[in-house]
Ligand binder design. Structure first.
Ligand SMILES: N[C@@H](CCC(=O)N[C@@H](CS)C(=O)NCC(=O)O)C(=O)O
Length: 261
């Protein structure tokens, strides 16, 4: 117990660096986790495609977020969140009971893979990243197909998982932290799930997004979506975000080894 407390307070006393734009739902997942745990962060608001050669060394898959503190450098939002929970256990953000904890981890995995695939790659990428980063026209047919066939499958599943009031596991947990950030990206792609068709999910998402740990970074990210990427760092600084001294940004985008085409 003493060890846990001293580890935890050590984390509280230092600043963690997050390399990753708050536009990314995976980055906002980690940022919400830090905010809920009271961990101070500084950000290099990097859009992964614009990472320089040093970024490839830091993240061999050239993906964000990357997390760094005095002890570790970690890639992958789930690995980072688990580390933060272990290193800084208060408040608890994974359910205590073993079966519930496993269920929460499943929902996190579902968010990172299936929801990420549809909301981030098929919808947000087609609407915002393809034209904004790669200068490609929006594939309106593919976008429409994702919104009309894939999105409803996810919303139907979530409608069975979420409660009419409060949060899935009582207190806010990794389930909310990993699922809800995608909904801002959906809105930035100008997609709004139907509140009549999925009333519980739409209300639950709104409840979570109103929490300061979520609302704060969403508010910082929103103006970036329509800002030239080279200006993101300056704009975030002007909005009061604490920035890292160094940046991995370089002006020309490149595809990473795992970039979804
Ligand atoms: N499993 C990773 C996924 C992270 C991820 O896909 N991040 C996107 C940004 S939203 C990225 O860096 N994409 C760049 C690429 O795939 O080349 C995590 O949970 O951190």
């Amino acid at each position: 117990m003493r060890h846990t407390n001293s580890t935890s307070s050590a984390l509280y006393l230092m600043t963690a660096a997050i390399i990753g734009s708050p536009i990314s739902p995976y980055a906002r997942k980690v940022l919400a986790m830090c905010a809920l745990k009271g961990i101070e962060v500084e950000i290099d608001p990097l859009v992964a495609f614009y990472g320089d050669d040093r970024f490839t060394k830091l993240s061999p898959v050239r993906r964000i977020p990357v997390y760094r503190d005095a002890r570790v450098t970690l890639c992958d939002s789930s690995v980072i969140c688990q580390y933060l929970e272990d290193a800084c256990p208060t408040p608890r953000l994974y359910p205590e009971e073993v079966a519930l904890r496993a269920q929460a981890r499943w929902l996190e995995e579902y968010a990172d893979t299936r929801i990420g695939d549809v909301f981030a790659w098929r919808i947000f990428q087609a609407a915002v990243i393809d034209p904004g980063v790669w200068g490609r026209p929006r594939d309106k047919a593919a976008l429409e197909a994702a919104v009309t066939t894939e999105l409803p499958q996810i919303m139907d599943y979530l409608e069975e998982q979420v409660p009419a009031h409060g949060y899935i596991f009582g207190d806010i947990s990794i389930a909310e932290i990993s699922i809800v950030p995608y909904f801002a990206n959906l809105n930035w792609a100008r997609v709004e799930p139907d509140a009549n068709r999925w009333p519980k999910t739409v209300a639950w998402v709104a409840r979570v997004r109103a929490e300061p740990a979520f609302a704060h970074y969403e508010k910082l990210a929103a103006p970036l979506v329509r800002t030239p990427i080279a200006d993101h760092r300056r704009v975030l600084g002007e909005l009061g975000m604490k920035l890292t001294a160094d940046t991995y940004f370089t002006a020309t985008p490149r595809r990473g080894p795992m970039t979804v085409k």
